[in-house]
Design a protein around this ligand. Structure first.
Ligand SMILES: C[S@@+](CC[C@H](N)C(=O)[O-])C[C@H]1O[C@@H](n2cnc3c(N)ncnc32)[C@H](O)[C@@H]1O
Length: 245
């Protein structure tokens, strides 16, 4: 462990990160890949009831509303992240319903009411995927679609150990940031494998229908020089599931 850093739970850490989260997103190459593939994996949401779970500052909830969804909910563990999201939707006059909820316990959405849900970059902060997928499945209608995005497990490993591409479940990587006071902060992640995601989803009645592993290509490495060493490696993992009828 880095002795000078502060280590936080997701609830504490995201409270500290909320004010600057959106600023940190811009120019992130992983996010460029993740966003295009996540949007591509979504079904047509026009006129549908949808949700962004682990929504943070509302990146996908706002997008879903702009794509014509009739009803959009955004749920997150962190009231501070939701406050930023609410401010943005209020300013843009988008009627999104925001709510505090913990994927590891309970999402405040009634059973079988959603046509589709997105859970982006949130599940590495949840230890028990079984509970999280059970909740995500519970809120979907039969035939409903769930799109999950994550840092690719290999990318997570490389972030921690640049010299090794071996996935180590016992080596927890962190979301690292420097707060406004200059303090180094870490939020612990749980590194789940692709099998962990697929098996937990399957146990919750969700079938895998699509996988994307967008790779660092030469074009991206030209724009982001530090990725030159990672050409050919996957940065993001996007999974689409369908709830059994
Ligand atoms: C990296 S941010 C991603 C936010 C947003 N989905 C995006 O893609 O920009 C991770 C988010 O997951 C939320 N989160 C972490 N653990 C959670 C849990 N158990 N239940 C609900 N949200 C959680 C955090 O509060 C944070 O807002």
């Amino acid at each position: 462990m880095d002795d000078d850093a502060f280590y936080f739970s997701p609830a504490e850490g995201f409270a500290r990160l909320a004010d600057t989260y959106d600023l940190r997103l811009s120019g992130n190459p992983m996010l460029l890949l993740e966003t295009s593939q996540t949007l591509a994996a979504l079904p047509n949401v026009a006129g549908k009831a949808v949700a962004d779970i682990g929504c943070g500052t509302g990146r996908y909830a706002i997008q879903l509303m702009r794509l014509g969804a009739e009803k959009v909910a955004g749920v997150d563990l962190s009231p501070a992240m939701l406050e930023v999201a609410q401010h943005k939707s209020h300013r843009a006059e988008l009627p999104i319903e925001w709510g505090v909820g913990d994927l590891a316990e309970h999402i405040p959405i009634p059973d079988a009411t959603l046509d589709a849900a997105v859970c982006a970059l949130a599940l590495t902060f949840v230890e028990s995927l079984n509970t999280a997928f059970a909740e995500l499945s519970r809120v979907l209608k039969p035939g409903g679609v769930l799109v999950v995005s994550e840092l690719h497990p290999l990318g997570l490993t490389l972030e921690r150990a640049a010299s090794s591409a071996v996935f180590r479940k016992d080596r927890a990587p962190y979301l690292r940031f420097t707060d406004l006071q200059g303090q180094e902060c870490r939020i612990a992640r749980t590194p789940h494998t692709l099998a962990d995601y697929v098996n937990a989803a399957y146990a919750a009645g969700l079938t895998l229908t699509f996988v994307a592993e967008p790779l660092v290509d030469t074009r991206l490495a030209v724009t982001f020089g530090h990725l030159k060493e990672k050409i050919g490696l996957p940065l993001a993992l996007i999974l689409r599931f369908q709830k059994c009828m």
